[in-house]
Design a protein around this ligand. Structure first.
Ligand SMILES: *Cc1c(COP(=O)(O)O)cnc(C)c1O
Length: 387
């Protein structure tokens, strides 16, 4: 007898699935476009498009006519190229010398964050008889990557004179843009403008100037400049509570599972690892097959909520690696009933922002935390796409 290695579709279909609504992505992009008016848009698709799936999201953005994409790492850019994405792609992260040749081979734009890197890129480009396309990174207060604005004169001068590098952009990154009250953002803008003055001093045209991430786009129109770099708002998630009133975004990701077990639990019987929770009366409890092994935060133990049959119910006991328990009190549910972990059911909604707050983190970490054990399916024109 032979045992097939292949898992059939049915065997693969665990009841847990993340649905990526590409129509909502279209909606969010058009809302952002209207908001930034004349500024160009670089859609940020790093970290597997914030957990939504790098290649399908990038393909959809291409169809929507996006002009350029941004990723964090070289390998993310290479994956896009290998999947036929031909747009300009900027790698936002720091680079190692050994990576430079691959940037040139795959036609990826480099972030240049020091004079030394500039020289190395220039050398490799010369040797390969290619032109490196670069964006200069100016540090205006983040202290992460880039040449400090106050000492950027010679850096910009060298970049302008580099023969084997094409100067496509100059940019910086905002540290506090998710706080509309913080004076930091306008200080950073001022420092950025001081650096940009060197182009004027040298009498050369300024390349594409960009500064704004989602927070900048929402709260600080002065930072929009030539190009904006939206990440989280593309996916319909607000970086901070104050931004809800500014743009009408639709969450792109929803997360669903199914009830796999139903039981009654006697009074005073604790639930789950560590026996951290118990009721003083008899309750009905269901088990849901999702856990921190999927990236569903253990921090939601005894505080998260889910939707079943249109009602909110609390997670009781600790979230395990592969499952968690939900207290229905006297409510009803059957095996196979839909459980909404993120999304809407009847009038109720659970948003990423709510999960993040309960778990004591930011929506970014929640979104990028859902791992590949959760299958993604794609909805377009309200229809499921075949993979
Ligand atoms: C991640 C990132 C962005 C996008 O940030 P959001 O807050 O998600 O909009 C923009 N620029 C840089 C340099 C980034 O690293």
């Amino acid at each position: 007898m032979t045992i097939s290695n292949a898992l059939t579709n049915e065997m693969m279909t665990r009841p847990t699935v993340a649905t990526i609504n590409l129509d909502h992505l279209s909606h969010n992009l058009s809302v952002i476009k209207n908001h930034v008016k004349t500024s160009k848009i670089m859609a940020i698709v790093k970290a597997n498009a914030y957990g939504h799936g790098l290649v399908p999201v990038a393909r959809h953005l291409v169809e929507l006519g996006i002009g350029r994409l941004g990723v964090a790492f070289l390998e993310e850019g290479i994956t896009l190229r290998q999947n036929g994405i031909q747009l300009p792609i900027l790698v936002l992260g720091g680079i190692l010398n050994s990576q430079i040749e691959h940037f040139l081979d795959f036609d990826l734009e480099l972030t240049i964050s020091s004079l030394e890197k500039l020289k190395q890129v220039e050398e490799v480009a010369k040797a390969k008889r290619k032109t490196a396309v670069m964006h200069l990174k100016i540090d205006t207060g983040m202290e992460r990557l880039g040449v400090h604005s106050y000492s950027s004169g010679s850096f910009i001068e060298a970049a302008v004179g580099a023969e084997h590098c094409l100067l496509e952009g100059v940019y910086s990154h905002l540290a506090c843009s998710d706080n509309p009250e913080s004076p930091m953002t306008l200080e950073q803008l001022e420092r950025f403008e001081e650096a940009l003055f060197h182009f004027e001093r040298l009498g050369v045209p300024v390349p594409l100037r960009h500064l704004a991430n989602s927070g900048g786009i929402l709260h600080f129109p002065q930072t929009h400049l030539d190009l904006v770099r939206p990440g989280i708002i593309l996916y319909g998630v607000y970086p901070d509570p104050a931004s809800r009133q500014i743009l009408d975004l639709k969450p792109v990701l929803s997360l669903h599972s199914k009830v796999v077990y139903f039981k009654t639990v006697e009074a005073h019987r604790p639930i789950g690892y560590g026996a951290t929770w118990k009721s003083d009366h008899m309750i009905r409890v269901v088990t849901v097959p999702v856990g921190y092994g999927d990236g569903y935060c253990r921090a939601l133990s005894n505080c998260g909520e889910v939707l079943i049959r249109g009602r909110r119910y609390p997670i009781v006991g600790r979230v395990c690696m592969d499952q968690f328990m939900v207290n229905l009190e006297a409510g009803t549910a059957y095996n196979g009933d839909e459980v909404v972990l993120i999304g809407t059911q009847n009038q109720e909604q659970i948003r990423i922002e709510e999960i993040a707050e309960k778990a004591g983190t930011i929506p970014y970490e929640i979104l990028t935390g859902y791992n590949m054990r959760i299958p993604r399916v794609y909805l377009k024109n309200n229809t499921l796409l075949e993979n």
